[in-house]
Write a protein that binds this ligand. Structure first.
Ligand code: ADP
Length: 273
């Protein structure tokens, strides 16, 4: 007889049930996200792709617990999300580092809240500084670092508190193409060794295909998921790889179509594949 019982490992680490968000602003209600349901399994790398204004950041904020859904529920590890938690860390495009703290202190910052003794904090911070290849820059301040180095500090700070889920909001959007390529490889290798669950927002199609196990394609006005692609290309992936470029082209076509079908067709699908 078939049983319907989920084992622990089958249970999604993240579950969204009918989650929507409407903002009530001065110009009336904005339906930032139509109701959506989504399961993410532990260790999965999911890219949220779409033009700006389609609710990607709103979705990350709901998962981070910084916003409350208008309808529906978010569950992390089976528990309802009612606010921020150390199991979910959000990382932004500008890294949001503290300019008055050096690299080590920035990475240690989150660890202070975990109650880890000072010595262990220093050890954990150093391990992550080494992992993102910033050994030797522990005493540098944010203004002394390049954009790529800043994002490495932000990754180290996020991972030092050992969250199960890493929420990344266009983390490499401000980097030049070569640095971005390097950061993709580093993030992929860190993800493979830590098996974190990653939700990664981008409007860059190739970036999504290079990183994701799955790409969720969003459209705007109202914000919604219009398509989902499973990416089975072998890793590590190269942005120039033919199969990757082909896949990106197919996704770009879907984005264009979705943009054209949005209520106000000002929506743009970002860079072409
Ligand atoms: P994306 O991350 O895809 O660019 P967002 O999630 O930032 O999109 O925004 C989705 C929609 O919700 C946009 O129309 C945006 O203007 C609106 N929005 C986002 N945050 C707020 C807010 N705090 N108040 C009012 N409207 C908001």
């Amino acid at each position: 007889m078939m049983t319907d019982v989920m084992t622990k490992t089958d249970a999604p680490i993240l579950r969204l049930e009918g989650v929507s968000k409407t903002f009530n602003g001065q110009n009336g209600a904005v339906e930032a996200l139509q109701p959506l349901s989504l399961d993410v399994r532990a260790g999965e790398f999911v890219c949220l792709l779409g033009p700006s204004g389609c609710g990607k950041s709103t979705l990350l904020n709901l998962i981070a617990g910084l916003e409350r859904p208008t309808t529906g529920d978010v569950f992390a590890n089976g528990r309802p999300v009612v606010g921020p938690g150390a199991d979910r860390v959000l990382m932004f495009q500008d890294g949001a580092l503290f300019p008055w703290l050096n690299v080590r202190a920035n990475v240690e910052f989150g660890l202070r809240q975990t109650g880890l003794p000072k010595r262990e904090r220093a050890g954990a911070a150093q391990r992550w500084i080494d992992a993102v290849h910033l050994t030797g820059f522990e005493r540098s301040f944010v203004h002394e670092l390049s954009g790529g180095m800043r994002q490495r500090v932000a990754i180290a700070r996020a991972l030092a508190i050992d969250p199960a889920i890493l929420l990344m909001d266009e983390p490499f959007g401000a980097l030049d193409a070569m640095t971005r390529d390097l950061m993709h490889r580093e993030l992929e290798s860190i993800w493979q060794s830590t098996r974190k669950t990653v939700l990664f927002v981008t409007h860059n199609v190739r970036e999504a295909v290079a990183l994701g196990d799955r790409v969720l394609v969003f459209a705007a006005r109202p914000g919604r998921i219009v398509a989902e692609f499973r990416i089975d290309l072998p890793r590590p992936r190269s942005l120039e790889d033919h199969a990757l470029v082909d896949q990106a082209r197919r996704i770009t076509a879907v984005l264009r179509e979705a943009g054209a079908n949005s209520n106000h067709s000002a929506a743009r699908p970002g860079e072409p594949g």
